[in-house]
Design a protein around this ligand. Structure first.
Ligand code: AKG
Ligand code: FE2
Length: 317
């Protein structure tokens, strides 16, 4: 675990190797199957995919086509299905109302739901273990971030497809940037504003296509570096809530996707989040390590999520 955290610190990302001493424990065959059912779903005609259309009525769960996800008024070049931990009527009072709803599962491929639910459980377990390691690495206890912070974690799963650059028109291809993703839109550079901000709570586990180099992260020297796919591994990004908890010791990583290849790219992103109603603020152990003051204001996770969700989607009939 210490080895993993050193990588975290240097690059803002970690790559979890299945063959490390203990491994991440998620079978490589399952990781592959997850991408393969995702690809199968996206390869269907639009009329099939739209049967599970994302809408406010389902708490923003469901399918969104290319250009439906919006950042600062600019559409993204990706299609996706969003799944959130289900929120029942009245579960979090007024705060939870926007996210109330059940997931919309595709009927084809038929094993999609069962596979994804199993995968979500495994990702939740691995993420909890990483958070325990981070608690220790920060000088706190292993359960520093459990209980009221993430003892009952929320999660998000987003299955994403990025078009091959060959199907885009010249306008879309400006700068050869197909999809931009950032945790902090204010820091985006360049003149192509085809970008969006992701959910980004504590950790993101990215299960990306093995043979397409498209994901990049911004390092501490402000350079974009490739986060190459390594078969059987996850790229793990740090989210905004962990940045706050660690009082900035961990940076939430800027990242973007440029699929400048002739092939359609799949990525399945699992987001491990705090409790929906968690009031997140710098941990004492972290503020003591960083000069004794809290560098960030607190945030209620559910509010942060709702504001991202309602600002990110345009609904078109
Ligand atoms: O497609 C990728 O590699 C990154 C996806 C991602 O970071 C996101 O959806 O927030
Ligand atoms: Fe992201």
């Amino acid at each position: 675990m210490r080895q993993i955290l050193v990588l975290f610190w240097r690059n803002g990302i970690i790559q979890m190797w299945p063959k490390m001493k203990k491994g991440h424990g998620i079978p490589i065959s399952l990781m592959e199957e997850i991408k393969s059912v995702t690809r199968e779903y996206f390869h269907q005609p639009y009329e099939e995919k739209i049967k599970i259309k994302l809408s406010a009525a389902t708490g923003y769960r469901g399918y969104q086509r290319f250009r439906e996800n919006i950042t600062k008024g600019i559409p993204d070049m990706q299609e996706a299905i969003d799944f959130y931990r289900e929120v029942e009527l009245g579960m979090y009072g007024h705060l939870g109302e926007v996210m109330q709803g059940s997931n919309l599962w595709p009927s084809n491929p038929s094993k999609f739901k069962q596979l994804m639910e199993h995968y979500i459980d495994l990702c939740t377990d691995v993420s909890r273990k990483i958070m325990r390691g981070i608690g220790l690495a920060l000088g706190g206890s292993a359960d520093e971030m459990e209980g009221e912070i993430a003892g009952d974690p929320f999660w998000v799963l987003r299955t994403i497809g990025y078009p091959a650059s060959s199907i885009l028109d010249e306008h879309d291809k400006a700068d050869n940037v197909v999809g931009w993703i950032s945790h902090s839109p204010a820091l985006i550079i360049g003149n192509h504003e085809n970008l969006f901000s992701c959910i980004s709570g504590l950790l993101t586990l990215l299960n990306q296509d093995d043979d397409i180099f498209a994901l990049q992260v911004r390092n501490k020297s402000d350079e974009w570096i490739s986060a190459p796919p390594v078969p059987g591994t996850f790229v793990c990004n740090i989210g905004d809530m962990l940045k706050i908890l660690s009082n900035g010791i961990y940076e939430s990583t800027l990242h973007r996707v440029i699929n400048n290849t002739p092939r359609y790219r799949i990525c399945v992103a699992y987001f491990y989040e705090p409790n929906f109603d968690a009031a997140v603020e710098p941990l004492d152990v972290c503020s003591q390590k960083t000069g004794g003051t809290k560098s960030f204001e607190g945030a209620v996770y559910g509010k942060h999520l709702v504001s991202k969700v309602i600002n990110n989607f345009v609904m078109r009939d």
